[in-house]
Design a protein around this ligand. Sequence first.
Ligand code: G6Q
Length: 547
Amino acid sequence: MQEVDRWQQWRDLERHWQEMAPRHMRDLFGQDPERFPRYTLEAAGLFLDYSKNRITDHTLELLLALAERADLAGWTERMFRGEAINNTEQRAVLHTALRNRSNTPVLVDGKDVMPQVNAVLAQMERFTTAVRTGAWTGFSGRPIRDVVNIGIGGSNLGPLMVTRALGHYQSDSMRLHFVSNVDPTHLAETLKPLDPETTLFIVSSKTFTTQETLSNAHAARAWCLEVLREEAAVARHFVAVSTNAEAVRAFGIDPANMFVFWDWVGGRYSLWSAIGLPIALAVGMERFLELLDGAHAMDRHFREAPPARNMPVLLGLLGIWYHNFAGVRTHAVLPYDQYLQHLPAYLQQADMESNGKRVTRDGGAVSWTTGPVVWGAPGTDGQHAFYQLIHQGTQLITSDFIAAVNSHNELGDQQQKLLSNFLAQTEALMKGRTPEEARLAMEGEGLAAARIEALLPHKVFPGNRPSNSILMERLTPATLGALIALYEHKIFVQGVIWQINSFDQWGVELGKELAGVILEELVDRQCQRPHDASTGGLIDLCRRWRG
Ligand code: G6Q
């Protein structure tokens, strides 16, 4: 495996950061009136402003040279063409085929997957229409009012995030709920207000072996049968989304009520597959297809646009610039749109599970860092909480500000206020406040000279904090689809530069392996296994406190 940190292109960037580190974005803007038009870009209904970054044309040249050296274009083609780039699991990576609205053939092992993709979309269409129109009823003949998705990780975060993001497009007659945690409280609290006769469960699990999901599914089944009594009711109240038909049948779900997907769809990339069923039930199949359209538009942009004008490529390379050369360790995602409240958590998984890797594709230890910590919360809530550290803390933090310019819920001038906060924050992060400006402001407030001098260091903001602004006219299924695909490809770009496999998740598998290990000791008091003193002590404490 090539060692990227030995490449000339890498060394050039290291040297270049030394030149750029002392330069302030205020000056870069001051020296270049064309900075905004040059460092902005529109694609698939999204507008990206990346001018508030500590970059020059030369930075971009060096970053693009690095991408070329890493054969980003080659890897992109390999992904789109269905090569098994997920080498540790020997799988193709084809979430792009799920939203391949042009319907051109996509081959896996010489076989076109598009007919299967389209068949499942048609099955989803029939089912969602039946449920939404009331043609599909519960066992007692009453229409479905509540849908509970039971799934975790990739089988939860995507559908949850998108369903909430498209809240505007939902009617009150169908309520969507999401249960993921094995903590019994999650299911119990969700079911409290629901009526089994009008509730439909979607058991979503790629493997159909995940402890959390199967435990919740069994408990939900018992809850349902307690009221509906007859085993036959399960067929009217449970459907499954999985790649594992055998396990679905063993659970008691009619294979006719099963929606399949395939091993070339990674869990965290699966919302475009039948895992998106709750989304389609919430907003209707037409809207779901618009979501796919938006993602497809971004796929085409990513595959076809030149790297220097390519949104995912630029965002990915900017992340590399800060992470590997400026030592930035965390990246904030700050949506100024309440509908996008779950986006940071969704991207946290998408990014950290994909690029939290310490070995290269062929197993060599990386000697460069990979994968920032991704976090965030909707603006303006974050402003009243953690922005302080971004503005004046000691570490450099990069952020993405995301907003829909028009709200689905215009209320007086509130949307303008939201936008003005967005714009003011990115401006302040970039410009900061100099001692002269701070002094002037305090003089304007009429503070005494001694007080001004004492407060001055606290009132100074260094600025030079990078941010990207991503704007859309309105949050629609299509712009949302494009936004998610943008991030998926950004993550891919970074994985290619870092030479890692972004599509496996052995850390998650370890969790699944360990899930049942101590369980027996908690359930059966005779069972005692050797542990370290801490774990053994805590097991004893749990046993005692559980009486
Ligand atoms: C995603 C991960 C992981 C997975 C969950 C649920 O890429 O693999 O988050 O989605 O562990 O797995 P199942 O869908 O198999 O239950």
